[in-house]
Design a protein around this ligand. Sequence first.
Ligand code: ZN
Length: 180
Amino acid sequence: MRKRVVFPGDRIGTIEEFKAGKGVYEENRELFAFVAGFLELKNKVVNVSSFRTIPEIKKDDIVIGRIVDIRGNFAMVEIVRKKGESRDLSYTNHGFLHVSNVGERVENIGNAINYLDIIKARVLDPSPRLSIKEPEMGVLKAFCSSCRNELFLDSGRLKCRSCGKEEIRKVSDSYGKGEW
Ligand code: ZN
């Protein structure tokens, strides 16, 4: 079963429905997430267990990951590997990307990344918060939102060979080069 992921400020429910536990705050009889993490409900008490910090990852590391969820101004990234290491991390974990760390003129995060894209990102802190602002960072591999085929980069435009659709991403300098 897929756990529900919440971000700070997400509404969880009312105080009539639940009791506030860890990582949850109350405002005007409603409950909201205080941290980003997984929502857990036990005996009517809701907790948000924040994403574990990843011991192998520290500030300024470069990581590769896959976009697994996009909601509001945030994207959830499943981090798979750290740059400089040839093997995958001993366990996968989640980082998150806020729209303010995507690019200068990006207002809607869905205009810069999409579900299942593979990205290269800089670790801002070990919570881990990620950034793809630098030219080197961003989408390494993207898939057509209509037919799911991999998009190729042609003179700065991302195109689908199958259906001809063009899409926009905040691409990395290394897009489509098979390296990162
Ligand atoms: Zn397509």
